[in-house]
Design a protein around this ligand. Structure first.
Ligand code: SAH
Length: 212
């Protein structure tokens, strides 16, 4: 179902805008994004925009998802943390691209809901943990890559501590309303930051993020 919509999404929204990572394109072509939406919004799954999920949250626009995954420079052997796993869609993509993905989601209803489609797409190397993930999950650290799928006010120190040397963190950094997409590489003697355009994510709520 929705095979041709998915193909068009990859061609027009991703490839034409410069996404070239073969693994990312292939994963986005194969993972049924509509399964991560509710019945009422399912028909909007392959549109060029973010779509509301429950509790005032959104599943990110396909292009920004692809851009973030490409920036992470993923390897099959990676263990990856996603903070703000929401619908579970990005975790499903990660399951095809890396060895293990751990998703943290603050809202209990969303965390619970995401487990069903993840099972349906056989994302067996993925787990969803409910709770405030703004300071990561030390028990599972260190990670090769960290993806922050909600806006943070500044480079997230506690999360960077849980990154391996040579690892990459990608996050929308800025205000509640508008952010810049930032890629931070952890070097033996510091960090390297690069900027990748403007974006608008929902805020990360919690100790390492914004207030409720
Ligand atoms: N990657 C998700 C996008 C979800 S939007 C997807 O594919 O659907 C961002 C998510 O971050 C929301 O679900 C929100 O509840 C969650 N979030 C906000 N603050 C959080 C926190 N402190 N810890 C974990 N998740 C958080």
């Amino acid at each position: 179902m929705y095979e041709s919509e998915r193909k068009q999404m990859v061609e027009f929204q991703l490839k034409r805008r410069g996404i070239s990572d073969k693994g990312v394109l292939e994963a986005m072509h194969s993972v049924p994004r509509h399964l991560f939406l509710s019945e009422t919004t399912r028909s909007m799954a392959y549109g060029d925009f973010a779509v509301p999920i429950t509790n005032n949250q959104t599943i990110s626009q396909p292009y920004i998802v692809a851009q973030m995954l490409e920036l992470l420079d993923l390897n099959k052997s990676d263990r990856v943390l996603e903070v703000g796993s929401g619908s579970g869609y990005v975790l499903a993509l990660l399951s095809r691209l890396v060895r293990k993905a751990i998703g943290l989601e603050r809202i209990p209803e969303l965390a619970e809901k995401s487990r069903k489609p993840l099972k349906e797409v056989k994302a067996d190397n993925v787990i969803v943990i409910q709770g405030d993930g703004s300071e990561g999950k030390v028990q599972y650290a260190p990670f090769d890559k960290i993806l922050v799928s909600a806006a943070v006010p500044e480079p997230p120190k506690k999360l960077l501590d849980q990154l391996k040397t040579g690892g990459i963190l990608v996050a929308p950094i800025g205000s509640r309303m508008q952010q810049k997409l930032v890629r931070i590489t952890k070097l033996p003697n510091g960090y390297k930051e690069t900027y990748h355009g403007d974006c608008a994510f929902v805020p990360l709520i919690g100790k390492g993020g914004f207030e409720l």
